[in-house]
Ligand binder design. Structure first.
Ligand SMILES: NC(=O)c1ccc[n+]([C@@H]2O[C@H](COP(=O)([O-])OP(=O)(O)OC[C@H]3O[C@@H](n4cnc5c(N)ncnc54)[C@H](O)[C@@H]3O)[C@@H](O)[C@H]2O)c1
Length: 310
C-alpha cells in the first residue's frame, strides 16, 4: 500500500522527532496532540533540530524549508480521516493507549495502517482495542529518532504479513535499519537489553561499587563505543567463547536479578525528577544545561553517524 499521508499522534519527546524525519522524506505529516502547548513545543524543537542539521551541512536551506512545509500541527481528530498511516506515540499507559485506539480506529479508513511506538507493551494487548486489528503493528523507534537508525517492527498474532512488509519498506525508505521481532514479548528486544543494563548499572552504584559518572563512562568509552560496531554475540566471538564460558560460570549467578523498580529510579520518579525534560534526573539540567545536553548529544551522535554510515 502506498503511504503518503501520515499522522503522528503524540507530540512529545518521540513524536516530533519522528514527524521530522518523515517530513524530510517528503511525506505529508500531521502531528496530533491533545494539548496545544505540546504542539507549540514540538514546532520549536523541530526548528532547533533542523537548525543543527543546517549548521552541520546535513541539509540545504531549501530542504529545511521543505521539512517545515510538509508538517501540520493539530488537536482536531479530523486529521485521522484521510491518512494512510498513524504512528501513535502517546503516553506509555495501556488504558490510555487502548482508549485512543478504540476512538481513532473507527475514524480512519479501513485500510489505514495503525502502528504503535510503545516501548514494550504487548502488541496483542493493545490490538484488543483496535477495530480491524490485522492492520495493527508495533513500530518502535529510538530517541532521538531523527538520528538513531534502529526501528523494531513487532507483529501481533493478528497482524498481516503485508502490513509488516509495508512498515519494513517504509523504514528502509527513510534510511532506517529495521529488525523484525518475531514474538510479542514485553520490552521487545532492545528494551529488554537496555533495562538489564540499567538494572545492573544502578545496582553497582547503589552498592557503592562505582560512581554514577564512572558507570556512564564504562558504557560511553568502553562497551557502548564497541557496541556501535559489534553486537554482543559478535563481541563474544571476538573475545573467545571459551573465555566467555568461564566468565559466565562465576558471573551469571552474581548479577543483579531484582524484579522491583530500581530504588534510585523510583525515588527520583516520586520526587517528580524525570530527567532532561524536567531539568533534573540523575544529573542536573537547570539553567540552560538541558539545551546544552541535547545539543551535545545530537552533535556527538551525528559525528558517529557520519563516521560509520555516511
Ligand atoms: N522517550 C523515549 O526515549 C522513548 C523511546 C521509544 C519509544 N517511546 C515510547 O513513545 C511513546 C511516547 O513517549 P514520549 O517519551 O514521547 O512521551 P511524552 O510524554 O514526551 O509525550 C507524550 C505526548 O502524548 C500526548 N498525549 C497523551 N495522551 C494523548 C492522547 N490520548 N491523544 C493524543 N496525545 C496524547 C501528550 O500530551 C504528550 O505530548 C511512549 O509509548 C513511549 O514508551 C519513548
Amino acid at each position: 500500500m502506498a503511504i503518503e499521508n501520515i499522522v503522528i499522534a503524540g507530540a512529545g519527546t518521540m513524536g516530533y522527532s519522528m514527524a521530522q524525519i518523515f517530513a524530510r522524506y517528503n511525506y505529508h505529516v500531521t502531528i496530533y496532540d491533545l494539548k496545544e502547548e505540546a504542539l507549540e513545543t514540538a514546532k520549536k524543537r523541530i526548528k532547533e533540530n533542523t537548525q543543527i542539521l543546517l549548521q552541520e551541512n546535513e541539509i540545504t536551506n531549501d530542504q529545511e524549508k521543505e521539512i517545515h512545509q510538509h508538517l501540520k500541527y493539530t488537536t482536531d481528530l479530523k486529521c485521522f480521516e484521510n491518512c494512510d498511516l498513524v504512528v501513535e506515540s502517546i503516553i506509555e499507559n495501556v488504558e490510555i493507549k487502548q482508549n485512543f485506539y478504540k476512538q481513532i480506529s473507527k475514524i480512519v479508513k479501513e485500510e489505514t495502517i495503525l502502528a504503535t511506538n510503545t516501548s514494550g507493551i504487548s502488541i496483542n494487548t493493545l490490538a484488543s482495542a483496535v477495530y480491524k486489528p490485522e492492520r495493527f503493528i508495533g513500530m518502535h523507534w529510538f530517541n532521538p529518532s531523527h538520528l538513531i537508525l534502529l526501528i523494531e517492527i513487532i507483529k501481533g498474532d493478528q497482524t498481516l504479513e503485508s502490513v509488516a512488509q509495508t512498515i519494513k519498506e517504509l523504514s528502509l525508505h527513510i534510511g532506517k535499519k529495521p529488525v523484525i521481532v518475531q514474538k510479542d514479548v514485553l520490552g521487545f528486544a532492545a528494551n529488554r537489553i537496555q533495562f538489564a543494563v540499567l538494572r545492573e548499572a544502578l545496582y553497582l552504584v547503589e552498592q557503592g561499587v562505582i560512581s554514577k559518572e564512572d558507570i556512564d563512562s564504562v558504557m560511553k568509552y568502553g562497551l557502548g563505543f564497541r557496541y556501535a560496531c559489534l553486537g554482543p554475540l559478535e563481541v563474544a566471538d571476538f573475545g573467545g567463547l571459551d573465555t566467555f564460558y568461564h566468565i559466565s560460570d562465576y558471573l551469571m549467578k552474581d548479577l543483579c536479578n531484582d524484579t522491583q523498580i530500581p530504588s534510585e529510579l523510583a525515588k527520583l520518579y516520586d520526587e517528580g525528577h524525570y530527567g532532561v525534560k524536567s531539568q533534573q534526573g540523575f544529573y542536573d539540567y537547570h539553567e540552560g544545561k538541558d539545551h546544552e545536553a541535547i545539543k551535545h548529544r545530537d552533535d556527538q551522535l551525528l559525528k558517529l553517524y557520519n563516521a560509520l554510515y555516511k
